[in-house]
Design a protein around this ligand. Structure first.
Ligand SMILES: CCCCC/C=C/C(=O)SCCNC(=O)CCNC(=O)[C@H](O)C(C)(C)COP(=O)(O)OP(=O)(O)OC[C@H]1O[C@@H](n2cnc3c(N)ncnc32)[C@H](O)[C@@H]1OP(=O)(O)O
Ligand SMILES: NC(=O)C1=CN([C@@H]2O[C@H](COP(=O)(O)OP(=O)(O)OC[C@H]3O[C@@H](n4cnc5c(N)ncnc54)[C@H](OP(=O)(O)O)[C@@H]3O)[C@@H](O)[C@H]2O)C=CC1
Length: 327
């Protein structure tokens, strides 16, 4: 019998030679996605409005040996979208991946929502995603193919208190299906969505009334799904929406969840958190000079407490070193 080798797609250089744009890549899920992609060999361009956040994240990535560049971008402006993509292609000769992660909304009952307020959120999430998809298609991907992942929000059961965002995100999911068909076979573009449930990120600072006692997702868990769909491991997957929500979208409670279902004390679904252990005085002390001082999680205070409480139970381990035990 002759031996054959098996060449797994999951290699450290999975994204070698790839140039990938991550919008909103300075914070939260986008920042984690940028870290994941860079650690797998990609050149990552992170773009958003606040340049300081972008520079901090790029520095973290570079200190870890990755390649990351920053660009100012308001995704609501189609002109800026084209300029950013053109600049990337002019410099690197390609844009092989796009992560439309930037987005958000404010909370308001539908009855109090003005037409302008509705339009602002639709503009940001739906138009913003379209602007970047179109710019990527026209500038590079239409001719050379590529992979796009749109980060949306669980809107399967509607989103009480966020009518505008539910409508916009449902629009993104539907747009994704159409583009998968129109841009797939002839242009070689795969396009998919990731729909996070409640994730522990800096983004939740604008949602102070949320009860953090449930098992929320981590930013790394959302990022890992994005990376998978972006990668050749998903080369026959296009037009889908992948929920990353611990099944919250299957419950009547939707993203609000219940303690019974999501309290980490009762959950056997161990979270994945990609951050390295924080180094005491990282980057400043003599022995850690040059090493990145990575802040593990930037989220509202109650959520940080929750994170600290079950940090020891992540990645399949438990606080006392055993695998898979409950808190
Ligand atoms: C509980 C479930 C939570 C699910 C978890 C989700 C988490 C995340 O999504 S994390 C991302 C976190 N970040 C955000 O959500 C913030 C994103 N927000 C924004 O970027 C902006 O606020 C905006 C784009 C939504 C609106 O910005 P802008 O267009 O600059 O807004 P204007 O000031 O020009 O106002 C336009 C229009 O909208 C009304 N409006 C704006 N903010 C609010 C508000 N907080 N509450 C009520 N109404 C608001 C504003 O009044 C204007 O309408 P008119 O007054 O009729 O002109
Ligand atoms: N955290 C959660 O529980 C959930 C989050 N999501 C979605 O996931 C995505 C990432 O959110 P998350 O990491 O949590 O939150 P963050 O608030 O940390 O990230 C949002 C990012 O989007 C950028 N952004 C916002 N508006 C614009 C704009 N007009 N142009 C360019 N960039 C913009 C922000 O940067 P800047 O302000 O500098 O422009 C920021 O970096 C968002 O689309 C969010 O709605 C979905 C479900 C749940």
């Amino acid at each position: 019998m002759s031996m054959i080798g098996y060449n797994s797609v999951f290699k450290k250089d999975l994204f070698k030679d790839q140039v990938i744009l991550v919008t909103g890549g300075g914070t939260g899920i986008g920042r984690c996605t940028a870290h994941e992609l860079a650690s797998l060999g990609a050149t990552v361009i992170i773009a958003a409005r606040k340049i300081d956040q972008l520079i901090n994240t790029a520095r973290e990535i570079e200190l870890l040996g990755g390649k990351c560049e920053t660009m100012a971008l308001n995704i609501r402006d189609p002109k800026q979208a084209v300029e950013v993509v053109q600049a990337i292609v002019a410099k690197h000769g390609k844009l092989t991946g796009l992560v439309n992660n930037a987005g958000g909304q404010f909370r308001s009952p539908a009855s109090k929502l003005s037409p302008n307020g509705f339009a602002a959120v639709v503009n940001l999430n739906l138009m913003g995603t379209f602007n970047l998809c179109k710019a990527a298609f026209d500038t590079y991907m239409g001719e050379h193919g590529g992979s796009i992942v749109n980060v949306t929000l669980d809107c399967r059961n509607g989103i009480p208190g966020m009518l505008h965002s539910g409508a916009a995100r449902a629009g993104v999911i539907n747009m994704t299906k159409t583009l998968a068909i129109e841009w797939g076979p002839f242009n070689g573009i795969r396009i998919n969505c990731v729909s996070p449930g409640m994730m522990m990120t800096s983004g939740l600072k604008t949602y102070p009334e949320h009860n953090p006692s449930s098992r929320m997702g981590t930013e790394s868990e959302a990022a890992a799904a994005v990376v998978f769909l972006l990668s050749p491991a998903a080369s026959y997957i296009t037009g889908i929406n992948l929920p990353v929500d611990g099944a919250s979208s299957l419950t009547c409670a939707g993203t609000y969840g219940t303690e019974t279902l999501f309290n980490p004390k009762t959950s056997l679904m161990k979270p994945y958190i990609g951050w390295l252990q924080q180094q005491e005085g990282g980057g400043e002390e003599e022995e850690t000079k040059g090493q990145p001082a990575v802040k593990e999680l930037d989220a509202p205070e109650p959520i940080i407490h929750l994170y600290e409480r079950y940090k020891g139970f992540v990645n399949g381990g438990s606080a006392n070193g055993g695998g898979g035990s409950k808190l």
